[in-house]
Design a protein around this ligand. Structure first.
Ligand code: 6PG
Ligand code: NI
Length: 198
């Protein structure tokens, strides 16, 4: 029903007291996303760990609405690359997103189709505004769950394919216990390739 509502966020688990969809993403759904493919295959041969979960409240996918929910990225690594979300551009590129960090330690890796990139850190209370056009991937660089509240326009949609094909320009790796942002050796800039071919 279209009436105002509230929900509570249980401290420490951050699971909302009401939600409509609970999405779970396991390692097997991240094929080709981690740069160390051998570490990925080794881990998957042993088990299929749960990397992250999203609790969504459903609203109509129209411009006047704000889609919102909580994403929880669990701690862990594939090789030396931290657990992370798939990451995406919004299908309607000109749509922004707001993130609020409830708990944990993380980073948001971002880039535009033009090849600009940015990485911002998350600790409890940190709020991140992602302007239109920026693809975004949340990375858990800590030992606890990384819990994030997100809000974005109802008509935004998701483009996962671009990131699946080209990857993000930057990776976040554990180097001797420190989170480091490094170049992705396998990043290809599809926009650049397209413009060379035209
Ligand atoms: C969105 C938000 C957010 C995101 C989750 C999981 O636009 O839907 O950015 O809800 O979906 O944090 O990340 P992935 O969608 O990249 O798996
Ligand atoms: Ni988004």
């Amino acid at each position: 029903m279209n009436i105002p509502y509230t929900f509570d966020l249980a401290p420490s688990t951050w699971i909302p007291s009401r939600y409509d969809n609970h999405i779970i993403r396991k390692l097997s759904s991240m094929k080709g996303q981690y740069y160390d493919t051998q570490a990925f295959d080794r881990l998957l041969a042993q088990s299929d760990p749960l990397l992250y979960e999203v609790y969504e409240l459903s609203r109509p996918s129209v411009a006047g609405e704000l889609l919102h929910g909580i994403s929880i990225i669990h701690p862990g690594k594939v090789g030396n690359e931290y657990y992370m979300t798939k990451g995406h551009f919004h299908a309607v590129l000109d749509t922004a997103e707001l993130y609020y960090c409830l708990g944990g330690n993380g980073m948001m890796v971002m880039e535009t189709p033009e090849g600009d990139w940015a990485v911002e850190g998350f600790t409890a209370g940190k709020t991140l505004y992602i302007p239109p056009r920026w693809a975004h991937r949340s990375v858990n660089v800590g030992d606890l769950d990384l819990a994030l509240l997100f809000i974005y326009p109802g008509h935004a949609g998701h483009d996962y394919g671009t990131i699946e094909r080209q990857g993000f320009r930057k990776l976040v790796l554990d180097e001797g216990g420190e989170a480091r942002v490094v170049d992705n050796p396998r990043w290809v800039h599809l926009e650049q390739i397209k413009s060379l071919l035209l």
